[in-house]
Design a protein around this ligand. Structure first.
Ligand code: DGJ
Length: 567
């Protein structure tokens, strides 16, 4: 088993101490490329490598304005730690970083890094540059007021809207210049300590509805052929395109050249695909300007919706994943903000086309955290509005506590592909998992659920937005640690098991325990009443002959180590 969270923390603290609490300036040349946090394909998973080791991001995102005031944040840092977070997502805004053209102020960036280090937390900065949810409210006033130099979006009704236009070079150049200065500064103050581990470029890029910009350059681009770079990619990779995208293209005739309307049809979705391409090109230039200074992994977050008009046009919705991947190779991850109820489905739709799953915004739901990490090798998860719900007693904090302890085991299993997850609720009360030599039949059994915990709604809650009550549910991560050997982390469920073809199987050994320094530390050896699931009230759902299995009580998730034998 690999290195523990505590060892990781120690490793993190020492360089931090060396880098001076007041933020040391590292020589840019001394930052070796390999030590910079990076994404790495390890076996079946793409993982975030921090200080040479895979890192499971157990994070939370601050409300938008939190990081603009160190005083506001002061009481919250320790709460984030108590809630077992290892990483905080915090906005860095263009308006505060470059209040005057070319004059940069990184005091808030330095303050966040200093406090994160003091609390042994990592940071992911969110660059609120040209757009935040479509609008350009975070551009500096000198940009906002100079519409001639920094032109805005023109709507179909002729109205100018306060969104920077994607089609004007001055806009991306000014944004990229500021973002590059930010990345240069982060490299200077953090290139050794690696408190900052990833960057989000812009926020939920896209314009509302299925619209498209009508500035002259946009009209010209829309009536021109689909750019060769995109067309060639589509033709060459047709079989591997995301199915929604391929089907949409084929429904329009599958042409291999032509204008946007000719290739994709005269449909509002064509506007979206067109805008996606040009947003991607713009964001790519910003990201690459930043990476040229300090190449941290970079992602965009995506505003989701079920149908056209419910989300921002041009964002990296599933149908546009390939467009974004091709238009913005400088962006490493297209990351969904999953507030919609069908969490599993959205994980599935973003765990495609080589896109690693990372969820920068969602609700604080323990079951979902287990599901994403166990079923889709997610590199992490980050509920939104976290400072207002960070509390050691929440289900999320309890889940993070166990996930943090078991992180080395989980990360190894993600790489080997020996991990799965189960998520049960009243509508889906049972599920089987085939892993190793056995099939485990999970059910909610007779276990009572604890009362649902609630999380306060953050301000600015969007439609279907965050902050709703956490679900009472049953969930587990199942890791096969050998053909007959399992580690199971979970809450509120039970399981029995069978061998191949339904053959009989029973408990060889069952222990509860914890992880200490990344290693399994056994507690009670469980047997007798604790493995006989049909002891007092024969449960008709138990199909195997022995009726032996395990239970994980509801509430804070627990870990067990199970060995099975067939007979
Ligand atoms: C999604 C945005 O990306 C966040 O910045 C925040 O505005 C939340 N919505 C609020 O629901």
């Amino acid at each position: 088993m690999a290195v523990s969270c505590w060892q990781m923390k120690l490793r993190h603290v020492l360089p931090c101490a060396v880098a001076l609490l007041g933020i040391g300036i590292a020589d840019a040349q001394s930052v070796s490329a390999s030590s910079i946090p990076q994404l790495e394909k390890r076996g079946k998973a793409t993982q975030l490598i921090v200080d040479g080791r895979p890192f499971l991001v157990l994070a939370g995102e601050l409300t938008n304005s939190a990081s603009s005031s160190m005083e506001y944040m002061e009481p919250y840092w320790s709460k984030l730690v108590a809630a077992n977070m290892n990483t905080v997502l915090a906005a860095v805004t263009w308006e505060l970083v470059e209040p005057e053209p070319g004059k940069f102020d990184f005091a808030l960036v330095d303050g966040a890094i200093r406090e994160a280090r003091r609390n042994h937390l990592r940071l992911i900065f969110l660059w609120f540059g040209s757009w935040k949810n479509g609008d350009s409210t975070y551009t500096p006033l000198w940009v906002k007021k100079d519409r001639k130099q920094y032109p805005l979006f023109l709507a179909e009704n002729g109205q100018v809207i306060t969104y920077l236009s994607v089609f004007k070079d001055a806009n991306w150049k000014a944004d990229a210049n500021a973002y590059a200065a930010l990345m240069r500064h982060i490299r200077e103050v953090d290139g050794e300590a690696h408190t900052v581990i990833m960057m989000q470029v812009e926020n939920e890029v896209g314009c509302p509805g299925a619209t498209r910009d009508q500035v002259p350059e946009a009209k010209t681009a829309f009536n021109a052929p689909v750019p060769k770079q995109l067309m060639d990619y589509m033709v060459k990779n047709k079989a591997n395109l995301v199915s929604e995208f391929r089907e949409y293209w084929e429904a329009a005739g599958g042409k291999t050249s032509g204008t946007w309307t000719e290739v994709f049809g005269d449909h509002p979705m064509t506007n979206e695909i067109f805008m996606a391409w040009y947003y991607a090109l713009y964001v790519d230039k910003v990201a690459k300007a930043g990476k040229a200074e300090y190449p941290l992994p970079m992602f965009i977050n995506v505003d989701l919706g079920e149908s056209i008009g419910q989300y921002s046009s041009g964002g990296a919705l599933p149908i546009k994943l390939n467009v974004w991947q091709q238009g913005a190779p400088g962006i490493d991850i297209l990351a969904p903000d999953i507030y919609l109820p069908n969490f599993a489905e959205w994980c599935e739709r973003y765990d495609r086309s080589g896109n690693p799953l990372w969820i920068p915004e969602t609700r604080g739901d323990a079951a979902n955290a287990f599901f994403a990490i166990g079923s889709h090798a997610a590199m992490g998860i980050s509920p939104f509005g976290i400072e207002r719900q960070a509390d050691a007693s929440t289900p999320l904090a309890q889940a993070y506590g166990l996930l943090g302890q078991a992180a080395p085991e989980i990360l190894e299993a993600q790489a080997k592909g020996t991990i799965k997850a189960v998520s049960l609720n009243a509508q889906h009360p049972a599920e089987t998992v085939q892993l190793g030599n056995y099939t485990l039949a999970f059910s909610m059994g007779r276990i009572r659920q604890p009362a649902p915990a609630t999380t306060p709604a953050p301000v600015g809650t969007a439609a279907g937005g965050p902050g709703a009550a956490a679900q009472a549910s049953s969930y587990a991560i199942v890791i096969s640690t050998g053909p007959d050997d399992y580690v199971i982390l979970g809450s509120g469920l039970q399981a029995t098991f069978n061998g191949p073809g339904g053959s009989a199987a029973a408990v060889a050994k069952l222990e509860e325990g914890t992880y200490v320094d990344g290693r399994w530390a056994p507690g009670r050896r469980l047997n007798g009443d604790d493995i006989m699931l049909n002891y007092d009230a024969p449960n008709k759902a138990i199909k195997n002959e022995s009726g032996q299995g395990f239970r994980l009580a509801g509430g804070a998730p627990k870990a067990i180590h199970l060995q099975i034998y067939g007979y």
